[in-house]
Design a protein around this ligand. Structure first.
Ligand code: HAM
Length: 425
């Protein structure tokens, strides 16, 4: 075959796709129950939005963006993340006028030209939530709680919340200067990448896997927080304790995006190595101003759906098997097609999943397909059935067989539904 999918992308189908759908349904249901409403923004935006918001020194902007020009020469980017687009949409649609707290969630593809490996893709999908319009640490706590809720309902065990404060434009510059000074002493010991980062974005050094040893010798942001950032951080910790949410303070956690202020956190699955971050988020009170609007405090998180699906505990995964078929029509005569297709349509309108075998293969093969689809019932339509205008309905679990007039199939399954199929109505 001449064409292959681009590196770092996936084709999803079959059982995998069904699991994704279930996970997506659980995620959106959770967000809605917390009062978050869905927002969908374009998959591409002006590249400048991400350059301003995520930061020129970040890996995302400096190395990983899919950039292109449209026919009018506008510079666009496939979105590498969705916090900046949500804030852009919030401002552009004048949602600020609503006042109070606005809560949004989203699900969709993101694009980063990263080195593909387990849990890391070039097209990946995020579920995220953003709460816009309040500086109160209780909102940070709600966001952390919602992100944890997602892992709870998916049966994750042993996940950890790592929490830090990365300060604000008032206290961070003092820390950054101090960090740069210290790093000058260790210039020789830094990896090539980090040496170049000293001037551009020294905080990134905390993310570097090759410079582990030096990290222990560096000043910590939490020792440089201004009174406001410190109070916010302490208040958030008090609220989390009051909610009985466990967390670990991690003064080395800086996150790879420049818009964060105050709270930064990740949810990790220890022992998963480099790709152990299942979820990341934090507060970004300066982002609206970076986008040219006034002061709009906000906090949010996103989680990678691939990483979620790939790490769902096996016992939960088993329960997430494919959606079963209720009735499966097996056709043994040409004249059976219109009967089966129209009866299947009628049964579907009762809420049943009805499939019709259209392959024209032998009865044995058709029956095998029905069994593979985990169908509860097979409905045979052959020459006898057509002559008598009644179908042979076989319960594939008990093997019990009934002859049911074509015109009574709906009533038959409606009654059955009340007894055992359960969901009709
Ligand atoms: P992020 O840490 O860059 O934050 O990404 C969030 C999550 O997306 C990660 O924890 C991971 O699960 C997933 N992820 C990131 N890159 C990849 C990849 N290449 N392949 C697979 N999964 C990936 C953000 O994107 C922020 N917008 C989060 C946020 C929302 N902060 C505030 N609000």
């Amino acid at each position: 075959m001449k064409y292959k999918r681009p590196r770092g992308t996936q084709d999803l189908f079959g059982i995998q796709m069904e699991r994704w759908r279930k996970v997506e349904r659980l995620l959106s249901g959770s967000a809605q129950r917390y009062g978050y409403s869905e927002i969908r923004t374009p998959i591409f935006e002006m590249s400048e939005l991400f350059i301003r918001a995520v930061g020129e020194g970040s890996d995302i902007v400096s190395k990983e963006m899919y950039l292109f020009q449209d026919k009018k020469g506008r510079n666009l980017a496939l979105r590498p993340e969705n916090t900046a687009p949500v804030m852009r949409a919030f401002i552009e649609n004048a949602l600020t006028r609503r006042g109070g707290l606005s809560r949004f969630y989203y699900l969709g593809p993101m694009f980063r030209y990263d080195r593909p490996q387990a849990g890391r893709y070039r097209q990946f999908h995020q579920f995220g939530a953003e709460a816009i319009g309040s500086s109160h640490p209780a909102v940070d706590a709600e966001i952390i709680d919602l992100s944890l809720h997602v892992f709870r309902i998916l049966g994750f065990q042993g996940i950890e919340v790592r929490l830090n404060s990365v300060g604000c434009p008032r206290c961070r510059p003092g820390f950054t200067e101090r960090l740069k000074d210290t790093l000058q002493h260790y210039r020789e010991e830094l990896c090539g990448n980090c040496e170049g980062r000293i001037e551009v974005n020294p905080l990134r050094i905390f993310d570097c896997k090759d410079c582990q040893e030096i990290k222990g010798k560096l000043p910590l942001i939490t020792d440089y927080l201004c009174a406001e950032c410190r109070d916010h951080f302490n208040a958030l910790q008090d609220i989390l304790r009051g909610m009985e949410i466990d967390f670990t303070l991690d003064p080395l956690l800086v996150r790879g995006l420049d818009y964060y202020t105050k709270t930064a956190y990740e949810i990790v699955l220890p022992g998963k190595g480099a790709q152990n971050a299942l979820c990341g988020g934090g507060r970004y009170d300066g982002l609206a101003q970076d986008c040219g609007a006034g002061f709009i405090p906000a906090v949010g998180f996103s989680t990678g759906i691939e990483r979620l699906v790939e790490n769902i505990p096996p016992s939960v995964l088993e329960e997430m098997g494919g959606e079963k078929t209720d009735v499966f029509f097996i056709i043994l005569e040409e004249g059976g097609y219109p009967v089966a297709l129209s009866r299947a349509r009628a049964l579907r309108s009762l809420g049943l999943k009805a499939e019709v075998e259209l392959s024209g293969r032998s009865m044995k093969k058709q029956l095998k397909t029905a069994v593979d689809a985990k169908a509860d019932y097979a409905i045979f339509i052959g020459s006898d059935e057509l002559r008598r205008s009644e179908a042979t309905v076989k319960n594939l679990i008990t093997n019990q067989q009934d002859k049911i007039p074509f015109s009574n199939l709906e009533t038959y399954f409606q009654n059955k539904g009340e007894q055992d199929l359960g969901e009709i109505g």
